[in-house]
Design a protein around this ligand. Structure first.
Ligand code: E4P
Length: 217
């Protein structure tokens, strides 16, 4: 399983990229709004940092296929690594079909059932984004959805990649890897959680103490 970072915060993207753990970025309208910056400006900056797929979503207020197609073409022009993120609706599927036929990669987002994922893949999506955390929030095990999509894509040799999204904690990451997600898109705070372990910190402190006792600084 590969990692993308799920943020539009450039400082966090730089920190994760410097550690060599991420190979792509996902954003959404809420994450862009949180930064309060111009969409194209922030996406260009992100693309100059990370050499991998960067998902930029059509405006939340664009709901018709024609509008999504026009916006998707503009997003794709920002950088060759751009992936257009489109919501899972009938209009979104039409836009997915049109954009992917033009060679533009599409990430169909807001996937909450395996059938939605299968339809998105058939419409030409390069990626599907099932949201596991938001399913957990309504007492429905999100990880089951990731596992089911992976199983179906495997049976039919579908090469659409599964981006496990709405990843909220350390346990989600291991579960996604075991469930067959191709990618987990993860907020910086959760990546930090995965790096840290109290026994690692204690181990470092003990090594330092033992070393200093004999050799000093
Ligand atoms: C994925 O592409 C979305 O941007 C994101 O993972 C949503 O996460 P949330 O449910 O924590 O907002």
């Amino acid at each position: 399983m590969k990692f993308f970072i799920d943020t539009a915060n450039v400082e966090d993207i730089i920190k994760a990229n410097d550690m060599g753990i991420i190979c792509g970025v996902t954003t959404n309208p809420s994450l862009i709004a949180k930064e309060g910056r111009n969409f194209t400006e922030v996406i260009k900056e992100i693309a100059s940092i990370v050499d991998g797929p960067i998902s930029g979503e059509v405006k939340a207020t664009t709901i018709d296929a024609e509008g999504m197609i026009a916006e998707g073409r503009e997003i794709a022009k920002i950088h060759p690594n751009m992936v257009v993120k489109i919501p899972m609706t009938a209009e979104g599927l039409k836009a997915t079909k049109a954009l992917s036929k033009e060679g533009i990669k599409v990430n169909v987002t807001l996937i909450f059932t395996a059938n939605q994922a299968l339809l998105a893949a058939r419409a030409g999506a390069a990626y599907v984004s099932p949201f596991l955390g938001r399913l957990d929030d309504i007492s429905t095990p999100g990880i089951d959805l990731i596992r089911t999509i992976a199983e179906i894509f495997d049976i039919y040799n579908i090469d659409t990649e599964i981006i496990a999204a709405s990843v909220r904690n350390n346990i989600h990451i291991t579960d996604c890897a075991l469930a067959g997600a191709d990618i987990a898109t993860v907020p910086y705070g959760v990546l930090e959680q995965c790096i840290k372990h109290p026994l690692t910190d204690q181990g470092i402190a003990k090594f330092q103490k033992d070393y200093r006792e004999v050799f000093g600084e």
